[in-house]
Design a protein around this ligand. Structure first.
Ligand SMILES: [Zn+2]
Length: 250
């Protein structure tokens, strides 16, 4: 290659190097999807709140699975150290439907060694655009993440609804407010707010240990830019809190 040609090529090569470095450094994020969710928010009106006011914004309904029945047949205490975020992938059931199914013991799973431990699926909260429903006390273990792993043994599980007609942007925001409230109440750091994906499901029955859940907050099935955007949303609400007493949710 003669030197004139090399001089011509050099800027092009540099540009490619810059683009590759930029692509590696910035986590991908689905901008148009995030922009659509953000268009539903009125952040200019967000003020500081007491923990009780934040809980009012969550519009929490407490509708626990009765103790001693279905997924609460066995009392399994827990010290919550993480918050695990899921989405239902149920395109017809809303939060009330899920509350009813949990109470009736309708969400069965095969109980087996290295798999589900109680024969039922259970989790702590279900959120949708206008409400959050609590199913389990926060100091009881659920069965929503990783069988006998730390996700079940130490985390509060939140399922986001995705039934038709439910506004996903508002559901995500409600979930972020609930997560911020739980962080405050149970002294859980933001780094311990994780997607279901975070907990590998080690089982001979499962091919891919990392579940693509909650799928609409992951990019290519992994927690990257969109997940970081969600964590920023949780942090935004957490930083609105005025320190004060918080109601314990079990
Ligand atoms: Zn999940």
């Amino acid at each position: 290659m003669n030197s004139a040609r090399a001089r011509l090529l050099l800027p092009f090569v540099l540009m490619v190097v810059v683009v590759v470095i930029a692509a590696c450094g910035v986590a991908p994020v689905n901008r148009s999807r995030v922009a659509q969710w953000e268009s539903r928010y009125n952040d200019a009106f967000l003020g500081r709140v007491t923990p009780e006011q934040l809980l009012q914004e969550v519009n929490l309904r407490i509708d626990l699975i009765p103790p001693g029945t279905a997924g609460r047949k066995i009392f399994r205490p827990m010290k919550p150290r993480y918050i695990t975020i899921h989405s239902t992938q149920n395109y017809s059931g809303d939060a009330y439907n899920h509350a009813l199914a949990l109470k009736r013991g309708a969400l069965r799973a095969t109980k087996r060694r290295g798999g589900n431990r109680i024969g039922y699926l259970t989790w702590h909260f279900t959120t949708q655009a206008n409400v959050a429903i609590q199913h389990l006390p926060c100091r009881e273990q659920g069965e929503h993440a990783d069988f006998d792993g730390p996700g079940n043994n130490y985390s509060i599980g939140i399922e986001m609804c995705e039934h038709r007609g439910n506004d996903i942007g508002l559901t995500i925001d409600k979930t972020a407010r609930l997560a911020a409230y739980l962080m405050y109440t149970y002294s859980i750091p933001l780094s311990h707010v994780v997607p279901h994906y975070h907990w590998p499901r080690i089982s001979p029955y499962i091919k891919d240990p990392h579940k693509n859940c909650p799928h609409f907050l992951l990019d290519g099935g992994r927690p990257r830019g969109t997940w970081q955007w969600f964590l920023n949303r949780v942090n935004l609400h957490y930083n609105r809190l005025i320190p004060g007493p918080a109601r314990n949710l079990g």
